[in-house]
Design a protein around this ligand. Structure first.
Ligand SMILES: Oc1ccccc1CN[C@@H]1C=C[C@@H](O)[C@H](O)[C@H]1O
Length: 338
């Protein structure tokens, strides 16, 4: 597989090509081979989230994250850290004191700082970029800029600035990203813009915006995507696509019930639509290679995607460039043919 040209080779003059991994994929075998042939960057899908890596106040679970970091260093892959501060997959202890009461602002800030310092210091040198804060902006058309997470309720909006300042203090060389999804939605995009512009205006160390890129056959349009890339880049920030997948189901199927139309079958029509959509996405990425420093896929192949259980549990999805046998799909050839 060493002489097979992979995505990373086709895109060596554009941006790094990454993949979200779990430690089990890194043992010798087809998945490790595919990773090494196709990608030059990785992100831990779950192992470096607050709950998985720091399950109790005085206990860290380093082994899974260490395995990913060691694989990256040993094989010369870049590594993105995901994620230092996020309202999901947080450990139960984080917001409660010994009596089971909600902690004060001061206690939570001290815990957040300790978490960030411990995790960032351990992977300093292996991780070049961190998703410092993930998904701090709410969906919907309301005027609220800040998601009403426990971080927001207990600390206030300054938790975001402080998380970035802590991460920068822990590793002044790491590139620090704000990461979010639905960044092509006009209302949400503007809120994220105001948030990161506010941070920059205050001299907060933030270096980039991650567009997660959890899209579908039907979204975004080329125009919406270009507007997002150029808007955030206009602030002098790097842009990365951090969690790319293209679901075969339309957004309106996001209700948690399965629709009878969801046959969980990858039809030839889906194959063609997905190939055309990935072709468009990568045409836009290449056009803006001066603004985009990395594109990371969320999961490796259609063998497993987080979308197989979200937003509908048990509804198989087919969102990636490699099929369930790790073979390149039609979309792969559209992405590398330019
Ligand atoms: O697309 C969404 C819609 C609603 C909530 C969250 C998301 C995306 N949220 C992402 C998805 C999977 C997780 O593994 C990532 O850590 C998270 O950043």
């Amino acid at each position: 597989t060493k002489d097979t040209k992979g995505l990373k080779d086709y895109y060596k003059d554009y941006f790094s090509i990454g993949v979200a991994v779990n430690p089990r994929m890194l043992d010798a075998g087809a998945e490790a081979d595919l990773i090494l042939t196709q990608f030059n960057s990785m992100t831990a899908e779950n192992a470096m989230k607050m709950g998985p890596i720091h399950p109790e106040e005085n206990r860290y679970n380093w082994e899974p994250a260490d395995k990913i970091a060691e694989f990256a260093v040993k094989n010369g892959l870049k590594l993105r850290g995901h994620t230092l501060c996020w309202h999901n997959q947080t450990p139960n202890w984080l917001f409660t004191d010994a009596e089971g009461k909600q902690v004060s602002k001061e206690v939570l800030l001290a815990r957040l700082k300790k978490h960030i310092f411990e995790v960032v210091n351990r992977y300093k040198g292996a991780i070049y970029a961190w998703d410092v804060v993930n998904e701090a902006v709410p969906d919907g058309n309301g005027t609220e800029i800040y998601r009403k997470s426990k971080f927001y309720e207990i600390i206030g909006e300054e938790y975001i600035e402080l998380a970035f300042r802590y991460a920068h203090e822990a590793d002044p060389n790491a590139q620090l990203f704000y990461n979010d999804y639905n960044t092509e939605d006009k209302v949400k995009r503007e809120k994220i813009y105001q948030l990161v512009k506010g941070l920059l205006d205050k001299g907060v160390p933030i270096h980039g915006v991650g567009l997660q890129g959890h899209w579908s056959l039907y979204e975004p349009t080329a125009q919406e995507l270009e507007e997002s890339i150029t808007k955030f880049a206009s602030l002098g920030l790097k842009v990365q696509i951090t969690e790319l997948d293209v679901s075969v189901y339309p957004k309106e199927h996001t209700s948690r019930e399965r629709k009878d139309t969801d046959k969980a079958e990858f039809t030839p029509e889906m194959n063609n639509k997905q190939a055309a959509h990935y072709k468009m996405l990568f045409e836009i990425f290449r056009k803006h290679k001066d603004k985009i420093s990395g594109v990371t896929f969320w999961n490796l192949s259609d063998r497993y995607s987080w979308l197989d259980n979200f937003p509908v549990r048990g509804r198989k999805d087919f969102p990636l460039l490699f099929d369930q046998n790790h073979q390149p799909k039609k979309a792969f050839w559209e992405v590398v043919k330019f």
